[in-house]
Design a protein around this ligand. Structure first.
Ligand code: AHR
Length: 647
């Protein structure tokens, strides 16, 4: 399907020719992150909300056995008595239909109310402050004292606060609880202290300490680890989550903005629930806070081909939005661009400003579709959306999709469509064995440079051993070499909660209290913090040019002038690599930062065995024609400071 590029074209690709060495311009946006709400990445993960099922919207559709009171328990421990019921008659918002009525017949010694167990417990830190908020409507029409408590499993009080209700309309109440002790699995308790009847909804508890102190924000430790990758872009909100399990489950960005109590929660395709608390505003904000380009992926108006798990019986579960709904759907796509970039005087720009961000988010890319089945229904809808975005927003680059695998029918047909429509970039996905990555380092060498560019939106080598990570590293050197075709690449998935893993492997594991970066994380970090925008061929050389276990790359970051050498060795023997830096203008003796990663190839990095394989950083002196013995199973990066290199 791909045509070999003619030599004539190839020569024009090498720009920045110096007297000594040719360089090729490559993407300066190459390595970013893929975020999907999978394996409890958002709710119970990155999104810092501590209470589970805060709006009583869980249901058996999310997961067998779940209901609006999942995660909650009625409490009358001081010998009071009353009842709790789930109601829908007078909700805060039609998007958020369920709430509870708490009836206190007799308050007893302590009051009557509800306990929430968080996502497998609530982790609190002594001295930290927690923002409680809740909507209450007095049904018994009198002010009621409410107590909110953090307690241990045995009932020890670890922090508390009180307030009085004041309205027979839905009203938001807030309080701050200071934790008196560090405790991994606290419980949250809300108690009404007098005979009463109250409606309650959107009961929330957030640490004040979120990433960059954002309200409705992100867990600091996880967000910091992601930000430490210095990703050039962040794709969100998935993955399969985007196109969803059937049309009713498609991700609709408009349902995820505005006050949390008005957002439309729904089933998560990965067999749990999404509160949409981490919605499109929060994603854009996170991108800005990390200095990453936002890359939202929107459904192409069709659902996942695995909807209803029809893949088990070999069918296609893809469903397409009726044509009668397409204009409205296309408007939603255009409105997203206005939401991100429009002036605060525009309808959707005003909503962004209301949320606290009058300045635009500078959206440049919009992805349409996620590894969809290339049916006529998909193609027709993709083309309609693509044409509308191109026409209304020529400044936006649309990212198309070419199926779930590196080859196959959807891949071929996806590329045909992309070529027919001249889609600027298409999204390739591959989850393959390490050997595949080592054997496919020439995949992009012969891609036609006149066709669509490539975003490798999801890839991973099916494991978290050093060997896996190094096979990815070897492949990543070939991504850099082909950085004129491959514009972006992101390992997937990014996060997985250890107690709720839906997909393997992942880049970062976590529990409520710990974060465990895998060795794959460190490979990603070494590449993403050492990106360049110019590629220099033939600077690094090994004796055996056919050795598929070795990956070499030399790039330059024009902003700093730094010259960066990467040597990835996924083989069991040391390899001799010669670096000819003379032609790059490096002086005879130059200082370089050396970053290296090496260790036992097959050890998995889990929470039980936090990897000892972490990058070691040192300063070294190199000369401009040096020979380096790359250890077996290692990645080494030399970063030569700009002052020593040519422009
Ligand atoms: O990354 C996990 C899943 O793999 C994504 O949701 C999907 O796009 C792919 O099949």
């Amino acid at each position: 399907m791909k045509k070999v590029i003619s030599l004539g074209i190839m020569v024009t690709l090498f720009v920045g020719v110096t007297n000594a060495q040719q360089s090729k311009k490559i993407s300066d946006n190459l390595f970013g992150v893929f975020f999907e709400d999978i394996s409890y990445s958002a709710d119970g993960g990155l999104y810092a909300e501590l209470l589970q099922n805060r709006s009583f919207e869980y249901s058996a559709n999310d997961k067998k056995g779940w209901n609006p009171l999942t995660g909650w328990e009625y409490t009358n421990k001081g010998f009071g008595y009353g009842t709790v019921s789930v109601e829908t008659a007078m909700p805060i918002s039609t998007n958020n239909r369920h709430y509870i009525e708490l009836k206190v017949e007799e308050e007893g010694k302590e009051g009557v109310g509800l306990i929430n167990f968080g996502y497998g417990g609530i982790a609190i830190k002594a001295g930290d402050k927690y923002d409680f908020s809740c909507f209450i409507r007095q049904i018994s029409n009198k002010s009621i004292p409410i107590k909110v408590i953090l307690q241990s499993k045995k009932g020890e009080i670890l922090g508390e606060s009180t307030f009085n209700t004041k309205s027979d309309k839905w009203e938001k109440y807030t309080a701050v609880i200071t934790a008196t002790k560090t405790y991994d699995s606290a419980q949250f308790v809300l108690l009404a202290k007098e005979k009463s009847k109250l409606a309650l909804d959107a009961i929330s508890l957030f640490p004040q300490n979120t990433f960059k102190n954002r309200p409705n924000g992100l867990r600091t430790d996880l967000a910091t680890l992601i930000a430490d990758l210095h990703p050039k872009f962040m794709r969100f909100p998935g993955g399969c989550l985007v196109h969803g399990d059937g049309l009713g489950n498609m991700y609709r960005w408009k349902n995820t903005i505005g006050p949390i109590e008005n957002r439309l929660e729904q089933r998560n395709i990965w067999n749990y629930h999404q509160t949409a608390g981490l919605g499109f505003f929060e994603y854009f904000q996170f991108c800005e806070d990390m200095g990453a380009q936002p890359l939202p992926i929107l459904p192409a108006a069709v659902s996942c081909q695995n909807s209803g798990e029809t893949w088990i019986v070999g069918g296609t579960g893809q469903r397409a939005l009726p044509m009668a709904e397409m204009q409205a759907y296309i408007q939603d796509v255009l409105d997203l661009i206005e939401y991100a970039n429009g002036l605060p005087t525009t309808v959707w720009g005003a909503k962004r400003a209301e949320a606290g961000h009058p300045a635009p988010f500078n959206l440049k890319y919009v992805g349409v579709g996620n590894e969809d089945k290339m049916t006529p229904e998909f193609k027709e809808r993709f083309e309609m959306i693509y044409d509308a975005v191109k026409k209304t927003h020529p400044e936006i680059t649309v990212v198309g999709t070419v199926g779930p695998a590196p080859i196959g029918e959807d891949f071929e047909k996806g590329w045909e469509l992309a070529n027919k429509l001249s889609v600027p970039i298409v999204d390739e996905h591959y989850y393959e064995e390490p050997k595949w990555f080592l054997n496919n380092t020439h995949r992009y060498d012969n891609y036609d440079r006149t066709h669509s560019k490539v975003y490798i939106g999801e890839y991973a080598s099916r494991g978290n051993s050093l060997y896996n990570a190094l096979s990815e590293a070897v492949f990543m050197t070939s991504i850099e070499r082909n950085g004129d075709v491959v514009q972006m690449a992101s390992y997937a998935p990014l996060l997985a909660k250890l107690s709720n893993i839906s997909w393997h492997p992942d880049m970062i594991f976590f529990s409520n209290t710990k974060v465990v970066p895998s060795v794959n994380y460190y490979v990603q970090q070494l590449f993403s913090t050492n990106q360049g925008d110019l590629y220099f061929p033939n600077v690094l050389v090994t004796a055996d040019t056919n050795d598929s276990t070795v990956g070499l790359s030399c790039v330059k970051d024009s902003k700093t002038g730094d010259q960066i050498l990467k040597i990835a060795n996924a083989g069991s023997n040391a390899k001799i690599v010669t670096a000819n830096l003379k032609k790059l203008g490096v002086s005879k003796s130059a200082l370089a930062q050396k970053q290296s990663l090496s260790g036992k190839p097959k050890e998995e990095n889990t929470i039980a065995d936090t990897s000892k394989v972490i990058p070691i950083v040192s300063e070294v002196t190199i000369n401009n024609n040096f020979t380096f013995e790359s250890p077996a199973y290692s990645l080494t990066i030399f970063r030569i400071k700009g002052t020593t290199s040519i422009k």
